[in-house]
Design a protein around this ligand. Structure first.
Ligand code: GLP
Length: 231
């Protein structure tokens, strides 16, 4: 696991987008694993900017999103987030976009078949990745999960109240994520400092889902100064 600390969120977005664009330019049908959340917005902004400049084409790129809520309004879904921040602004083909659904076994097989070249991750304040909450098995696969109260509280900012915040989701498992050839975790801001320090400095432990990334040969944390504060 390698850790790169940069000045701010713009630098983080620019850095990760450069890796992705180079990879697509070397392999136009690259398979990308994508995440949602505020941490990845600077990255998606930069990818859109570079696409508009003609520096990258997504026409053959295939994507697999990490997770999705169950039983939410369309506008609150992660699919909506992705359409808004990335898919509607680039030349990706709709048929190449993949999202987990309640048919999660099929999703697991499809991810296995196509093999993710680069998996982008955020990190939860309790060290979750995707929606793999503390206690998730290191060999877990795509499945339905119940969200912890901590995660629901953190996510309630996107819903009217905690009562309206979804309790269930489908997520790629930790085992699914670890099959990606390269993994890049993005963390921004001081609210993530504790989670980052735990993932980097603790022994691998199922109570700290992100600590599994230590075992991956090609995993990279790209974080800003504030998220690195407790390292
Ligand atoms: C949610 C998502 C995660 C994401 C996390 C952090 O829980 N399921 O995939 O990493 O939020 O989000 P943010 O980047 O908004 O802090």
């Amino acid at each position: 696991m390698k850790v790169i600390v940069l000045k701010n969120k713009k630098e983080v977005g620019d850095y990760v987008s450069k890796i992705i664009i180079e990879a697509i330019n070397n392999k136009p049908n690259l398979v990308l694993g994508l995440a949602t959340g505020s941490s990845v917005i600077p990255l998606y902004k930069k990818l859109v900017k570079e696409y508009k400049k003609g520096n990258v084409s997504f026409s053959k790129v295939r994507t697999f999103n990490l997770d999705e809520y169950l039983n939410v309004k369309k506008t609150q879904s992660y699919r909506y987030f992705m359409d808004k921040h990335l898919f509607s602004k680039i030349n990706i083909s709709k048929k190449n976009i993949n999202f987990p659904t309640s048919n999660f076994k099929d999703y697991e097989s499809k991810v296995k078949k196509f093999k993710i070249d680069i998996q982008i991750l955020g990190i939860g304040r309790n060290d979750h990745i995707g929606f793999n909450e503390p206690g998730s098995k290191f060999n877990s696969k795509t499945r339905k999960v119940k969200l912890s109260k901590t995660t629901m509280k953190a996510n309630s900012r996107f819903f009217q109240s905690l009562n309206n915040t979804p309790e269930f989701a489908i997520t790629m498992g930790l085992g699914t994520i670890m099959n990606a050839k390269k993994i890049i975790l993005i963390a921004l801001g001081s609210k993530k400092a504790k989670a980052v320090a735990k993932a980097v400095n603790s022994k691998m432990n199922e109570k700290i889902p992100a600590s599994i990334l230590k075992k991956h040969k090609n995993s990279l944390f790209v974080i800003d100064k504030k998220a690195a504060k407790k390292l």
